[in-house]
Design a protein around this ligand. Structure first.
Ligand code: SF4
Length: 342
């Protein structure tokens, strides 16, 4: 069922409850194959990969996959395969060494001026290339009392100007919790901005409801939303309306993508994605080199291929439509821009 919103973010009568959609996400390969008119055997399902990082994909996202196509670029992002279980040199469980930047449960402090809060351990979708697929969520899911430790840490460091809600997916948390946490952060005078990194409005656009828009906007903090979309086929009218509802409240919406083999490793696919994003009011922001997380090696491409794709992409569109190509290097004070070799 396609959700509907008005531009002001007011739900219409047809709008389904996002939590129901979340609970009804598909976790069974046979069900997914049936919905896509595919023979489950052609999907080469992997029980081992499923056990490590289960299949999870909401119906609203499945509706954007091409039926009968086992190579659909949205399907390939969520399909567990046996290849994930092959150990690959250079790939690890914590490729960004975040364990070293995790001084308080639920808080990661990697960059000067910004801290990241693991607001929810859950995601609506399980992306096979996720750099946090092995993250120690059990040690980083504080309740309200333990959040006080993280809030005290932020309050004690006046160099911090921006708090980033992350996860998991922060919008998997309920709006009461998000309202409470946002109020606590807004009470810290040196915090200016609240950034929300989320894929939930992409995979369940109904998540952008009145209660969500309330805590995002009923705060003195300048909110910024960063979506995660990798392919133009992920953009549909329901997502466009969710983005419009966010933007109607003066919130800037960016997008970051990951460069993924067989999904978007093509200048024309990336150009189409960037055009599609801008058409719905989203600014393409970062194109990430894949983080070398164990299980994701299949999605990687060589440096030579990456630079060739990006060089071509630069010629296809305006500079403001072209995201920065970056990589995250553990221990570096920021993302590292990758300049294509001539
Ligand atoms: S954190 Fe983001 S990339 Fe990772 S599984 Fe969740 S939605 Fe996907």
């Amino acid at each position: 069922m396609i959700p509907h919103h008005t531009l002001s973010g007011q739900p219409t009568e047809q709008m389904p409850d996002w939590q129901t959609e979340l609970a009804n996400a598909v976790t069974d390969i046979t069900e997914l194959a049936t919905l896509l008119d595919l023979d489950p055997a052609t999907l080469d399902p992997s029980a081992a990969a499923q056990a490590q990082f289960p299949l999870r994909v909401p119906h609203a996202f499945i509706a954007r996959m091409r039926k009968g196509d086992p190579n659909d670029p949205l399907l390939l992002q969520v399909l567990p395969t046996d290849r994930e279980m092959l150990p690959t040199p250079g790939y690890s469980n914590d490729p960004l060494e975040e364990a070293d930047a995790n001084p308080i449960p639920g808080l990661i402090h990697k960059y000067q001026g910004r801290v990241l809060l693991v607001v929810s351990p859950a995601c609506a979708i399980h992306c096979r290339y996720c750099f946090r697929r092995h993250f120690a969520y059990a040690d980083n899911t504080p309740g309200r009392e333990r959040w006080q430790q993280a809030l005290a840490y932020i309050a004690a460091d006046t160099s911090i100007r921006e708090v980033i809600y992350s996860g998991g997916d922060p919008l998997a948390a309920n709006d009461q919790k998000l309202l409470w946490l946002t109020e606590q952060i807004a009470a810290i005078p040196h915090i200016k901005r609240l950034r929300v990194h989320t894929r939930l409005p992409v995979v369940i656009p109904a998540r952008i409801n009145k209660a969500c828009l309330h805590w995002l906007t009923a705060t003195r903090l300048q909110a910024v939303v960063v979506l995660h979309i990798n392919h133009g086929n992920e953009i549909d009218s329901a997502l466009a309306q969710a983005v419009a509802a966010i933007r109607a409240h003066g919130i800037i919406v960016f997008n970051q993508s990951v460069l993924l083999r067989d999904i978007n490793d093509c200048p024309n696919i990336l150009q189409s994605l960037n055009e599609g994003l801008f058409d719905i009011g989203v600014i393409p922001y970062y194109l990430h080199r894949l983080d070398k997380v164990a299980g994701a090696a299949d999605f990687d491409i060589s440096d030579t291929e990456m630079h060739a794709i990006y060089r071509q992409l630069l010629t296809l569109d305006s500079g403001y439509l072209t995201p920065k190509l970056v990589v995250e290097i553990p221990g570096h004070g920021s993302k590292t821009p990758l300049t294509p070799a001539d």
